[in-house]
Design a protein around this ligand. Structure first.
Ligand SMILES: Nc1ncnc2c1ncn2[C@@H]1O[C@H](COP(=O)(O)OP(=O)(O)OP(=O)(O)O)[C@@H](O)[C@H]1O
Ligand SMILES: [Mg+2]
Length: 347
């Protein structure tokens, strides 16, 4: 017996795919399932284009490796997954004596991803500070406005005029509620074991109740996902804000897909997690306006006349409190938000 642990490709963080002589998939390791956003079981025996789309670079690398009967490395390969993610990878193709081909993929955009995550963290902290300061500034004069409206109400002889003072009082109360929400310290969050599908189902029923005509919310759940530890109310708010944005962008007419998947060996904020839950919210609306794309997570940025521009800022803050990330890609006809939530503490 060797005195070192037995290591299989399942343990590797490099994505590995093994093809038979007919270039059909005979094996995919978990890192490949993760990278290409596919389930290995469904792909066994299938040709490579079912895993991703290649613009010809990989095919020629495979042909070279086979012709020379030697490993060939393509340093700068662009692939598109069937879930429409663009990947920049380095790929090594190794012909095996049996006529099979071994493909290894190393993602090239790690530094980019890290820079994005660091920027997100800075931005979340800056947003939080800005919102708290703003909430403080608004909350103080609100008390004065409300008190003055009450005094005024007592002095009014025509009862009909009270309608107006009541509007002032009620709106001041509503604003105070909102400000208190923004000022709630982080320690008020309650983390417990929760089922992400219960979160999604709650959001689904709320949004369908708000927009009953013309909106379809499809489920694409991986029901085998383990329980997550988190604050259920916060996560409902996160998903609700994203789904509502999609529904609003489509004026209630269109299709939203709620997708869950397990992700293995993911690195979030420099920490490696063995498992994470991936939630995707995909709509077929008009897409995020190009001029807003760089700043939709900033507070008070909105493309809607009646928007506060707070929904995504809060969503990002709550997700980062769960050590997770939130990203999007958008083009007309397909906007996809991806929320990654680690299942375990870093390890
Ligand atoms: N799925 C989407 N499709 C198109 N545009 C979107 C989508 N999601 C977000 N946006 C754009 O991003 C903007 C910011 O969203 P955010 O939720 O932060 O604020 P809001 O919806 O304007 O206001 P609120 O505070 O009420 O949520 C939106 O106004 C919209 O223009
Ligand atoms: Mg919103």
């Amino acid at each position: 017996m060797p005195d070192y642990p037995y290591i299989t490709p399942d343990h590797l963080s490099t994505a590995v795919i093994l093809l038979d002589e007919g270039e059909r998939v005979i094996y995919l390791n978990p890192a490949a399932e993760n990278l290409f956003e596919v389930s290995g079981k469904n792909l066994l025996g299938q040709p490579l284009p079912l895993v991703f789309t290649d613009n010809g670079q990989l095919a020629s690398a495979m042909a070279r490796a086979a012709d020379n009967n030697a490993s060939y490395i393509e340093h700068d390969l662009m692939l598109t997954t069937n879930a429409h993610s663009k990947l920049h990878v380095r790929c090594t193709v190794t012909p095996l004596s049996t006529g099979r081909l071994l493909l290894e993929f190393h993602p090239m955009d790690r530094p980019l991803k890290l820079a994005r995550e660091e920027q997100m963290l800075d931005q979340t902290q800056a947003n939080r500070l800005l919102l708290r300061n703003l909430a403080h500034e608004i909350k103080n004069p609100l008390g004065g406005i409300r008190g003055a409206a009450q005094l005024l109400e007592q002095e009014l002889d025509k009862p009909g005029l009270r309608e107006y003072t009541q509007v002032i009082i009620q709106e001041a109360d509503r604003l105070r509620g909102l400000m208190e929400k923004l000022l709630t310290p982080q320690s008020n969050t309650r983390h417990s074991a929760l089922n992400i599908h219960e979160v999604l189902e709650r959001v689904r029923s709320v949004v369908l109740a708000e927009m009953p005509e013309g909106l379809e919310i499809r489920r694409d759940y991986d029901t085998s996902l383990p329980a997550l530890t988190g604050d259920k109310e916060q996560l409902i708010q996160v998903i609700l804000n994203i789904v509502r944005n999609g529904a609003q962008a489509m004026h209630g007419q269109g299709r939203i897909i709620l997708r869950t998947r397990i992700a293995r060996q993911v690195t979030l904020f420099k920490k490696r997690h063995r498992l994470a839950v991936m939630v995707q919210i995909i709509d077929n609306g008009p897409g995020i306006a190009p001029e807003l794309r760089d700043k939709i997570f900033y507070p008070l940025v909105s493309g809607r006349a009646d928007g506060h521009g707070l929904g995504l800022t809060l969503a990002q803050d709550f997700v980062s409190q769960h050590h997770g990330t939130i990203e999007f890609d958008s083009e007309p006809g397909c906007t996809r938000f991806t929320v990654m939530l680690p299942l375990q503490a870093a390890g």
